[in-house]
Design a protein around this ligand. Structure first.
Ligand code: SF4
Length: 704
């Protein structure tokens, strides 16, 4: 029997709606959902090829596996014994060493319901805040900056602004590759209105930079100097919205005093660009009736990511470019459900529904809603610190779900050491070949895209229903179910009372509890339900119980989510990258995405057609640097940092500046004789967001 199921694409934060075609229990095709407001029927190459990633069970995990000791081979097990073992070992570690001796490392690929149950297990039952996620590697600097500037997480903008903006500033975002369907919307808007201006800030001359009206090819990591220099010029030229600053903000005078020293000449010199280019960018931004900034990992994956975000937000606040159609700072979420994970509080630094761990009132609210006592006020360990604590033996048991840290974390040598040291490692995965799977003492087979049900939230705060089109293969199970089953068992072991916390029998029951926790919060979704999402389609939050629709834009009245309702300027100082180049490591390595691959390629690596755009990884190097060293296109080079090395062919290009090299992030141990580019990257983190500097490292390059 043929069926068509409405769902979403599971790759990027655009969150495109899809119609999944299936026949006799097999996914056979996909169409873009013409009614979904993220994509109106469009899909990119990755989305269009999704059925090919689930049509074969080769490479899928089909049954649980366990091993009795570290040296033993994993053997197939039934679900009941695997779940019992996980519960028993976690309960043992908690009883012997305390709740902070266990940790959960989860993923922005999980559905909101999966995330919710994991978070409740960690914080509500185990009473540890040691739950973090690969969203730490993705969006945490954007989150921290939104909270510091506006008082709450989440973008103030929506996708409609892409068509309404008059000036678009792309900062650290190769949107044409990373968020292609949204980029098409911008292209169409510019085709209709050629006077729309695009400013691209990127050390590389990407395809997008080549299309821009102005490309600022700044030195890696110098964004704060650029934004401060632009603000200096706007102040000097009187191109501010003084009325907006006076009515709706705090802290402008301190910022003004700081940016006095960032003359355009000095800022341009730091950035390695021409002063007149910086002045042009400032004037287009300041004079625009609607300036929209689109930014992503180039700002976030930095040891000063929060400052970079804040310096950009300063420009918007100073010119009143917030809360208006076509204007505002708009962080583009990397993962499909990084937003949903934050909404349920599934990170080491937050509680459910955007509440704070350090706030006793917030802890009391969650305790009351969950019917528990004694939520931990000890800060949880964010990703890099978490794996360091595993390596040092402080954390003894870790449960990794739906992510591949032995490829995606910086300095993966340390992550391998950590997992080899841990007493007990659980890996919950759909795919058998990831670099993390060999470390599993218990392997739990998870359902994948098209096989499970729940909700996700995309980059514009829009919640969509995700629906299973077919059953998962073998014995694979939905993630929420797996966690719920283990949580029930741990609750029975740790408590003398009848277990009550994990009575969920459907993802809908999980969603309904999550919804209750959002009541009265900035992301209140009291007016949403599975039935409403299915009948009326995807909806943006906030959507309170008495609302008739969600809010497309936030702060339209100039009232922010801070205690006094005023937004905050932050005086952000330019600081250099964590690891500057020197005589031994003279190249600036920058990392990034390619068009047709996704993250660690567990999924896209299964589709031959997606290798047509880039069949293999390469190190892009400027012609002058290659000529000086006698390298020819395709020569194999060793790229080495202070931490590790890998071998890649060189691709000679004029798209990177001399002294800078670029490598893609995707390839890993499944395809290479190394773990990929994160053999070389730096584990330095932003002091506010704990997001690591995955975008930049100092390396040397020599013939292999
Ligand atoms: Fe999927 Fe993103 Fe492509 Fe849309 S733009 S089809 S969400 S990968």
């Amino acid at each position: 029997m043929k069926t068509v199921t409405r769902s979403t694409c599971c790759y990027c934060g655009v969150g495109c709606g899809v119609l999944v075609e299936a026949e006799d229990g097999r996914i056979t095709g996909i169409q873009g959902d013409p009614e979904h407001p993220a994509n109106y029927g469009r899909l990119c190459t990755k989305g269009r090829s999704l059925p090919l990633t689930v049509q074969s069970v080769t490479g899928r995990l089909l049954r649980p596996e366990v091993r009795a000791t570290r040296d033993a081979k994993r053997e197939p097990a039934d679900w009941s014994s695997a779940l019992d073992l996980v519960a028993e070992r976690f309960a043992q570690v908690i009883e012997r060493h305390g709740p902070d001796a266990v940790a959960f490392y989860v993923s922005g690929q999980l559905l909101t319901e999966d995330y919710y149950v994991f978070n409740k297990l960690a914080k509500g039952l185990v009473k540890t805040n040691n739950i973090d996620t690969n969203s730490r590697l993705c969006m945490s600097s954007a989150v921290t900056a939104y909270k510091k500037a506006f008082g709450a997480d989440g973008p103030p903008t929506c996708y409609e602004d892409l068509e309404l903006a008059q000036t678009v500033l792309f900062a650290g975002s190769n949107m044409a590759y990373a968020h292609p369907v949204l980029f098409r919307r911008l292209e169409e808007a510019k085709a209709k209105h050629p006077d729309i201006r695009w400013i691209v800030v990127d050390p590389r001359r990407t395809d997008m930079a080549a299309m821009a009206d102005l490309h600022l090819a700044i030195q890696p990591g110098t964004d704060v100097a650029l934004f401060n220099g632009m603000l200096h010029h706007l102040i000097w030229e009187g191109m501010l919205d003084r009325a907006y600053i006076d009515a709706h903000t705090e802290g402008f005078d301190a910022l003004k005093a700081l940016v006095r020293e960032y003359t355009p000449r000095m800022a341009a010199e730091i950035c390695g660009i021409e002063e007149r280019a910086l002045l042009q960018a400032a004037e287009w931004f300041g004079a625009s009736p609607a300036a929209l900034s689109l930014y992503c990992m180039g700002l976030n994956q930095s040891s000063h990511g929060t400052d970079k975000n804040l310096a950009l937000i300063n420009l918007h606040l100073a010119t009143g470019q917030v809360g208006r159609p076509g204007a505002g700072p708009f962080s583009l979420t990397g993962q499909p459900n990084a937003m949903g994970g934050r909404e349920v509080g599934g990170m080491a630094t937050m509680l459910a529904a955007h509440r704070d761990i350090g706030n006793a009132g917030h802890r009391a609210e969650v305790e009351a809603l969950w019917g528990v006592e004694g939520l931990s006020d000890r800060p949880g360990l964010p990703a890099v610190e978490m794996f360091d604590a595993v390596r040092s033996g402080k954390i003894k048991a870790i449960w990794i779900a739906c992510t591949n840290p032995v490829h995606s974390m910086p300095d993966i040598v340390r992550v391998r050491e950590a997992l080899a040291t841990a007493e007990f490692v659980v890996v919950q995965e759909a795919f058998a070949q990831t670099d993390t799977v060999p470390y599993a003492d218990v392997l739990l087979p998870a359902a994948s895209w098209g096989e499970k049900s729940g909700t996700v939230t995309n980059s514009e705060r829009r919640i969509s229903r995700v629906q299973a089109a077919v059953d998962a293969p073998g014995e694979a199970k939905p993630d929420w179910w797996i966690v719920n089953e283990v949580a029930r068992r741990i609750e029975a072991k740790l408590s003398s009372q009848t277990p009550t916390l994990f009575g969920f029998d459907t993802p809908q029951a999980v969603f309904d509890e999550h919804r209750r926790l959002t009541a009265g919060r900035d992301l209140d979704i009291g007016g949403l339900s599975y039935a409403k999402l299915e009948t009326d389609g995807p909806q943006q939050w906030p959507f309170a119980a008495d609302a008739v629709q969600g809010q497309a834009r936030r702060y339209t009245d100039g009232v922010f989510a801070t205690a006094d309702g005023r937004a905050r300027f932050h005086a952000t100082r330019y600081l250099p990258v964590a690891e500057p180049v020197d005589a031994r490591y003279p190249f600036r390595l920058v990392t990034g995405r390619l068009r047709d691959q996704w993250h660690g390629m567990s999924r896209t690596g299964r589709v031959g057609a997606l290798f047509a755009h880039a069949p293999e990884p390469a190190l892009t190097m400027h012609r002058a640097d290659a000529t000086r060293r006698g390298f020819k296109d395709g020569d194999l080079l060793t790229i080495a940092s202070r931490r590790g090395s890998l071998v890649l062919p060189v691709q000679i290009s004029d798209d990177v500046a001399s002294g800078t090299v670029f490598a893609p992030m995707h390839w890993n141990g499944q395809f290479l004789n190394s773990g990929g580019i994160n053999e070389t990257t730096v584990p330095a983190v932003d002091p506010h967001s704990a997001q690591p500097e995955l975008k930049h490292a100092a390396v040397r390059v020599q013939a292999a």
